[in-house]
Ligand binder design. Structure first.
Ligand SMILES: [Zn+2]
Length: 289
């Protein structure tokens, strides 16, 4: 794809599960089976521990056995070495992105970490520095089921009904389901025709499978959209050096998110916005009950 402006490729302001999944699929063939030669921490704030001398020695001469995604984390699994951690977790936070370059890149002012591989350089950039870069894998133990995994079923989802919390807040609780963020929570509830403000214990038996299908469809469609953006070199979350494109913001793929006071594409009622747990929720009072 040569055209940098591809209709329908508008990505959210903050990376969520689909953005990280597509990024992982892009990186996996490039990095799996390759050797990390050395690591330099250039800005310690997103790093745990935030002392470069503590982290850099853990990440040198390591063979990457496997790269995968868990919730919004990229998880690097290294070949075990005595006394060294076997994982590296990278979370893009609000503004993180990765850049791969076969030649040594010029330093950038937002670089957090620079990983030199046997075949190139991977830079973690993060202007606002809310990301995470750590060899401590304990955050993964607290995460609930992956919404796209085979062990996530309508029955697993129905466990959310044991609370009086609004369904949208419940869907965003990472201990209940991992990786559903603010944007896609609004979108998938619109797909399911369920109001984000409905109490979770008031979701009817027959609605859980509908919500389940909406979760999977909305996330899978968003992954496909992100894959197209990475293929076109226009993703804000990853690019290969020299290929950074621009992306269009005139064709949002979202049906309710950030569309307050616009007519709903399904029923033409005005989309509304409210605050839930400190975050903006968008929904259509016409077709979401
Ligand atoms: Zn509607």
């Amino acid at each position: 794809m040569a055209n940098a402006r591809v209709t329908g490729i508008v990505l959210p302001g903050m990376p969520e599960l689909p953005e990280v999944e597509a990024l992982m699929r892009r990186l996996r063939p490039r990095l799996e089976g390759r050797r990390l030669v050395s690591t330099r921490i250039l800005h310690p704030r997103p790093c745990r521990p935030s002392i470069p001398a503590d982290l850099e020695p853990l990440l040198q001469d390591r063979l990457l056995l496997r790269l995968h995604r868990r919730a919004k984390y990229l998880v690097f699994h290294w070949e075990p070495k005595p006394g060294l951690p076997t994982t590296l977790l990278v979370h893009l936070g609000m503004t993180g992105s990765l850049v791969f370059s076969e030649t040594k890149p010029l330093p950038g002012r937002h670089d957090v970490a620079s990983l030199e591989w046997d075949h190139g350089h991977l830079i973690f950039e993060d202007p606002r520095r809310f990301g995470v870069f750590t060899c401590d894998g304990s955050a993964l133990a607290r995460l609930g089921p992956e919404p796209l995994s085979t062990d996530f079923t309508p029955r697993t989802l129905a466990r959310l009904g044991s609370s009086r919390q609004p369904i949208k807040v419940r869907l965003m609780d990472p201990a209940m389901v991992s990786g559903i963020g603010n944007i896609y929570a609004s979108e998938l509830l619109h797909r399911a025709g369920i109001s984000p403000r409905r109490r979770s214990d008031r979701i009817r038996e027959a609605e859980w499978p509908v919500l389940y299908d909406a979760i999977r469809q909305v996330l899978e469609e968003a992954i496909a959209r992100n894959v197209r953006a990475y293929d076109a070199g226009i993703s804000p979350y990853y690019h290969e050096a020299g290929t950074r494109g621009t992306w269009s913001d005139d064709a949002s793929p979202f049906l309710v998110y950030d569309r307050e006071e616009e007519p709903c594409a399904r029923c033409a009622a005005m989309i509304r916005r409210c605050e839930q747990a400190g975050r903006s929720t968008y929904w259509c009072p016409g077709c979401q009950r």
